[in-house]
Structure formats: C-alpha cells, structure tokens
Design a protein around this ligand. Structure first.
Ligand SMILES: Nc1nc2c(ncn2[C@@H]2O[C@H](COP(=O)(O)OP(=O)(O)OP(=O)(O)O)[C@@H](O)[C@H]2O)c(=O)[nH]1
Ligand SMILES: [Mg+2]
Length: 208
C-alpha cells in the first residue's frame, strides 16, 4: 500500500527477481489499465490485474476471485498491490498476513501523521527511494519518529527498489514470514489429520 508512484510495482518486480524462482504470485489493484500486471508477468511471476473503476481499494471478495484464477502453487508467497492512495486500503482486511506501507522520500516526512490509519494498519514501513536522499529535502529520522508515533511497533526498512539497497532485509522479512506461515499450516494439517484418524477409529469401533 502507498501513494501513487512511491514504488510498489518496482519493488514487487525487484523482489520477484531476487526470489529467483521461489513460488510467488501477485494481485494488482488499479482503477484502470493492466500495465502493472504486465510489468509483474515480465518479471517472471503470474499476476492478475483487478480494475476497481471509481473504487479506491481492493476488498477480500475481489482477492478471493483473483486467487481462484491464479491457481497458486503449494506454499506460494502471494503479494497484493493495492490501489495507490494512503486512505482507503488501510481500512480493508484482505486476509493478508501483513500490510506493508511504502513511503518514498519524495513524498515528505509528514505523511505518517497526516494519514495515520495507513501507518497504524501496517506492520512494516518501507522507506523507499533512499537513493534520492542527496537530492531531496527529507528528514529520515522525523519520518520514522512520526510513523512510530502512530504505530510504536512498526518495523522500518530503508530501501531503494531501483538500486537494490536494503532489499536483503526486506527479503529476510518475507522469507521469515513465509516459513512461519508454512510451519503453522503444517501444524494445522497434522492436527486435523490426527483428529480425522481418531474419528475414523471411533467409527470403526462403533456398532453399525
Ligand atoms: N530513484 C528511484 N526511483 C524509483 C524507486 N522505486 C520506484 N521508482 C520510480 O518511481 C516511479 C513509480 O514507480 P512505480 O513502481 O510504478 O510506483 P507504484 O507505487 O507502483 O505506482 P502506482 O501503481 O501508480 O500507484 C517509476 O518511475 C520508478 O522507476 C527507487 O527506489 N528510486
Ligand atoms: Mg503500481
């Protein structure tokens, strides 16, 4: 989630390249055009474009249908780019494990306190376009302090989606999250299998 142009699609394309064949798919949300989904496919990952028309955000129903069309690989990472704005996407639960907000250094450090819901909903803030810091008037410490004022637990990762700086930490965050989710899923499946086996044993032991 982020303002238009802060680098969501660029970051996703770079992430896909760095994942180097690990299963990943993308759902793209924009009011119009399929340009972002085409950029993702050109980077080597399956992508579904959702056009929201006059709508300013994706919702879980749209995401559910897109997942059906994607036919996700087992234990795949699914990334969702919401419609570019700092207001509507904060309010909708898409079933995601994490909301990630991007703030780029060309937008001004005050955005976390002007649009607090976005930064409160996010577990991570990616401070993007840090390669441009020498050329813009942007106070990094103030931006981080503002983000922590609205969300003391927010994790901040400084990145440049174009130069690749900081993306190692971003990839580590993704990989850690994915392995915890896969481990939690395996535990649930194992527990359900044990319950089914116990019920089947009970059924076999009971008179017909
Ligand atoms: N210098 C610099 N430019 C970047 C960086 N990340 C993205 N850009 C540029 O910013 C512009 C917008 O990037 P996009 O990835 O299309 O932004 P977006 O957030 O997906 O935009 P919408 O989908 O329209 O909301 C492009 O010209 C990118 O090349 C970065 O880290 N540094
Ligand atoms: Mg985009």
């Amino acid at each position: 989630m982020s303002s238009p142009g802060s680098g969501k699609t660029t970051l996703l394309c770079k992430t896909i390249a760095l994942l180097d064949g690990e299963p990943v798919a993308v759902i793209e949300g924009d009011q119009q055009t399929s340009q972002d989904a085409e950029r993702i496919r050109a980077s080597g990952a399956p992508a579904i474009q959702i056009n929201t028309g006059k709508g300013c955000h994706l919702d879980a129903h749209m995401v559910g249908h897109a997942i059906e069309k994607l036919g996700l690989a087992e234990d795949s990472l699914l990334m969702i780019e919401n419609v570019g704005n700092l207001v509507c996407p904060a309010a909708f639960d898409l079933g995601e494990a994490h909301k990630v907000a991007i703030l780029s250094v060309t937008e001004g450090e005050d955005k976390p306190i002007k649009y607090p819901d976005m930064f409160r909903a996010a577990s991570v803030m990616l401070l993007n376009k840090i390669d441009l810091l020498p050329y813009v008037d942007f106070d990094v410490d103030a931006a981080i302090a503002y983000a922590r004022r609205v969300n003391p637990a927010i994790r901040v990762i400084r990145v440049s989606a174009t130069s690749g700086e900081g993306l190692g930490e971003w990839l580590a965050f993704l990989r850690d999250g994915l392995s915890s989710a896969v481990a939690a899923k395996r535990q649930t499946v194992d527990s359900l299998k044990r319950q089914i086996a116990a019920l089947e044993a009970k059924l076999q032991g009971s008179p017909t």
